[in-house]
Every structure is written in C-alpha cells, then in structure tokens.
Design a protein around this ligand. Structure first.
Ligand SMILES: Cc1cc2nc3c(=O)[nH]c(=O)nc-3n(C[C@H](O)[C@H](O)[C@H](O)COP(=O)(O)OP(=O)(O)OC[C@H]3O[C@@H](n4cnc5c(N)ncnc54)[C@H](O)[C@@H]3O)c2cc1C
Length: 431
C-alpha cells in the first residue's frame, strides 16, 4: 500500500518533471540551443524509510577496515567464515594509509621475529613489490624504530583489497553501523551509507574501529582519559612524498578525537589550518602532499574481561590465555612531546584473549588500539604490528565461534592457537 502510494506520487513527479523538461526544450530550441533527448530521464522509486535495500546473512561482521580490521577480516575469511568488512572511509588501512603512518612496528624483539602471520605477509609483499628496504630482524637495533618497516601506503591499500577478495571477504566502503540489536543467533546490524541501507544478520562482530565504537553503541563500558594524546596530521612540504622510502612531515593536532563525525571534522580542520599556517611561514616552500585525515593516537579503550596494566606490559607477563606478542617502548605523547621508554632486555609483553572481550559480553570481540589496557600499557600496545597480531587472533576466534554457534570465550584455547599457527601466526611460547 505504502509502496503503491510512493510509486503513484513518483510517477506524478516524473510526468510533471517531463512536462517541465519539454517546456524547457521548446524554450531553448526557440533560442537556437540544442538538447538531444529527454527519454533517458529516470528516477528510482524511494524505498520506505524503515526498510533496508539489502539484507545479508553472514557469519562474521568486521567493523572498521584499518590496521587490525583488515587482518581480522582476511583471517576470518581464510578460516571459512562468510565475512563482511564495513569501513566508513574510502580505503583500507586506517591509520597506516588514510592517516599516512606507513611505518609498521615492531615485528621483532631481541633478535627474533615475534609477530608474523597475515599482517607480516601483507607488509612483506608490499615491500617486495615496491622493491623497498627490509630490516634484518636478527640484529638488535640501537633504536627501536630502526626495525620498523617503510611501506608504500598506496600499494598497501590495493594489496589489502586483493587479499580480502582472495579470502572471500566482501568490502562495504562508506558505510557504518547505525543500530545493533541482539538476536537469538547473534546480531542484527543496520548499516547506513549514502544511498545504501544494509541489514546484516551475523553471528559474531569484530569491532576494529580504533575507539571501540560498536562496543560503545551496545552500552558496554569503555575507558577514556580526560585529556587524550595529540593526534598528528601528516603532509609533505618543500619536498615530494616518496612512498615506502621516507617519513612524512607531521604536526600535532591537540585534542584530536576519533569518536564521531563532528570530532573528526574538527581535528581535520584544525590540522589542515596548521599546515596552511606553516606553509605561509615557510616562504617559497610548496605543499607537495597531504593525507586525507588526521592520525588519531588515542580515544576509547574497552573495559575487558582482563585489563593489561603497565606492570604487566613492562614485566612481559605471560598471560595464560595469550594469543599474540606485542613489542614497543612505552610511548606516551603529551604537550611537551614524547620520550619513549624502552622495555628491559629480554622482555616481550603478551596480549591475552580476555583483553579483547568486552566485560560481560557475548559474540563480540575487538582488536587494535582499543584493547583493554591502562593508558601507559596502551601507549605501547597500540602500534601496528601488535594491532595486526590482535586482528588475526580476533578473526580466528570469531570464525571458530561462528562455526561452533558459541561465543569467543567458549572456544578452547588450543583450537584458537592451532588455527592461528596454521595461518602463520606466532603464539607466545613458540619463539
Ligand atoms: C601520528 C601517529 C603516529 C604513529 N606512529 C606509529 C609508528 O611509527 N609505528 C606503528 O607501528 N604505529 C604507530 N602509530 C600507532 C598505530 O598507527 C595505530 O595505533 C594503529 O594503526 C591503530 O590501528 P587500529 O586498527 O586500532 O585503528 P585504525 O588503523 O585507525 O583503523 C580504524 C578503522 O575503523 C574505521 N572506522 C572507525 N569508526 C567506524 C565506524 N563507526 N564504522 C565503520 N568504520 C569505522 C576507520 O575509518 C579506520 O579505517 C601511530 C599512530 C599515530 C596516530
């Protein structure tokens, strides 16, 4: 009935529009201007406001196609789960590509590789295809950043898309969840994009939004500091950006916050304004490159089944449910800059599965910088290789839980470890 009404009013609109165009045509013809034809004028019927245009039944929904989300989705897909990856932006990679921080670390600690698997595969392939330099992990560098890897941010995006496609992962750009409702078998998620309303019925959600946005929508508690670490806007002034070879210029964006479209807009406007100021001060210099978005260091973290403290991190606590290693100095940026505090020789922190599970939740897991941790532990845990390790673990757990019709914490740890090893990951204790 409603549809009929819509169609009727639609054809009325169409005929009056056609009349208008015919009048215009006569008018313009009289003026000697030519318009070929109006026969291809169509307007799509407007769907009812509440109804989705697309409905999908899937196993695993990954929200956020950034550093962790790409790896989580590929792992879930490779493990046989029907996987959809929803990303609010226009490309994969998040902070690595859209933010421009194409310098992942650290895959090694104390002369050994400690994070491998899908993240490493993607990084290695992008360096090889780009003929870039590769650090030698058998050598302990003088400074931690010497073993970070320069990657070509543009190439990384395309390779990530290719690997998603090969793993059977469907990508939905320019979309984000609007509502998430619990169902008997998992979740019903209403996603919205421009011109798209997608209903997703899924068994498991992996929240890789950076700031645990889906966890927040569901009302699970999240942690956030009164004052966040500054973000940074990346650009190149005076010299060209040589992707995969050089570090990009950057300036701090104080108060940068990735939580919603208003705060992201504010950070981007502030960052770009500062670049303009810098350009005007640097007489004769040209702006050669600018990323599309601010890089955000910190927003919400989940309050998980376990919280990793800085003591756990600094002492390299081996959690009994560890699913990957992490390695980086404690690295807190403040108004006066940053002074990384390296870990003591031989220390390699681990990430427990329970730090990826929102306290009291079922059928949802997170990966990335929103891992349940105190602020100082998070300042080291948030780096890209560790986010990739967490992403792969979350993808494996979600795929197993979807298959078993259970929730992540019910999956035996051995099954998770076996699946991860099968896909090239390193489990704490393996090296
Ligand atoms: C300036 C800066 C310098 C850094 N330097 C380094 C470094 O040198 N080396 C290093 O290893 N790490 C570095 N880091 C840290 C590291 O880059 C990030 O912590 C890490 O990449 C975060 O990964 P993530 O997957 O959690 O989030 P992101 O990579 O930010 O991905 C989140 C994704 O989710 C999407 N998203 C968000 N909300 C929604 C939604 N509601 N719906 C759909 N999609 C959504 C975003 O668009 C994004 O693509 C740096 C970070 C910054 C900001």
């Amino acid at each position: 009935m409603h549809v009929l009404k819509n169609l009727k009013s639609h054809s009325l609109m169409k005929s009056s529009r056609r009349n208008f165009l015919q009048h215009s045509l006569l008018g313009t013809a009289g003026l000697g201007l030519g318009i070929a034809s109006t026969s291809d004028v169509h307007a799509a019927p407007v769907p009812s406001a509440a109804e989705p245009e697309l409905t999908q039944e899937i196993d695993v929904l990954v929200v956020g196609g950034g550093t962790a989300g790409v790896i989580a989705a590929i792992q879930a897909g490779r493990a046989g789960a029907k996987t959809l990856l929803v990303e609010r932006g226009a490309q994969l990679g998040g902070a690595m590509t859209t933010g421009g921080v194409a310098f992942p670390g650290l895959f090694d600690a104390w002369g050994k590789q400690i994070i491998a698997g899908i993240g490493w595969e993607l990084v290695k392939e992008s360096v090889e295809l780009d003929k870039g330099p590769m650090p030698d992990f058998s050598k302990v560098p003088q400074h931690h950043w010497q073993n970070q890897v320069f990657i070509n941010q543009f190439l990384y995006v395309i390779l990530a898309e290719e690997k998603c496609e090969q793993a059977g992962v469907q990508i939905a750009y320019h979309e984000f969840p609007q509502t998430v409702t619990k169902t008997e078998t998992g979740w019903q998620v209403e996603c919205i994009g421009f011109g798209t309303k997608r209903r997703v019925n899924c068994k498991q959600i992996i929240d890789c939004t950076g700031g645990a946005e889906v966890v927040g929508m569901l009302g699970f508690p999240r942690l956030r500091e009164k004052e966040r670490q500054p973000g940074s806007y990346l650009y190149m002034m005076g010299e060209a950006h040589d992707p995969g070879r050089n570090q990009i210029h950057r300036l701090y964006v104080y108060g940068a916050e990735s939580t919603n479209s208003r705060t992201v807009t504010h950070a981007n406007l502030t960052g770009r304004k500062s670049i303009l100021e810098a350009l005007r001060k640097k007489k004769g210099a040209r702006l050669m490159h600018m990323q599309p978005e601010t890089g955000f260091r910190e927003s919400y973290r989940i309050d998980g089944e376990t919280l990793i403290t800085v003591n756990d991190y600094r002492s390299g606590k081996k959690f009994d449910d560890a699913i990957c290693y992490a390695f980086y100095p404690v690295d807190l940026h403040t108004k006066s800059g940053v002074k990384p505090e390296p870990l003591k020789p031989g220390i390699v922190p681990t990430v427990p599965l329970r730090a990826l599970i929102p306290k009291g939740s079922k059928n949802i897991i997170v990966a990335g910088r929103c891992v349940s941790s105190d602020r100082l532990a998070n300042s080291g845990l948030r780096v890209q290789a560790s986010c990739m390790g967490m992403g792969q673990a979350a993808g494996a757990v979600a795929a197993l839980a979807a298959k078993a019709g259970s929730t992540p914490l019910e999956i035996p740890l051995k099954e998770i470890h076996d699946l991860l090893r099968k896909h090239g990951a390193i489990i704490p204790g393996d090296v």
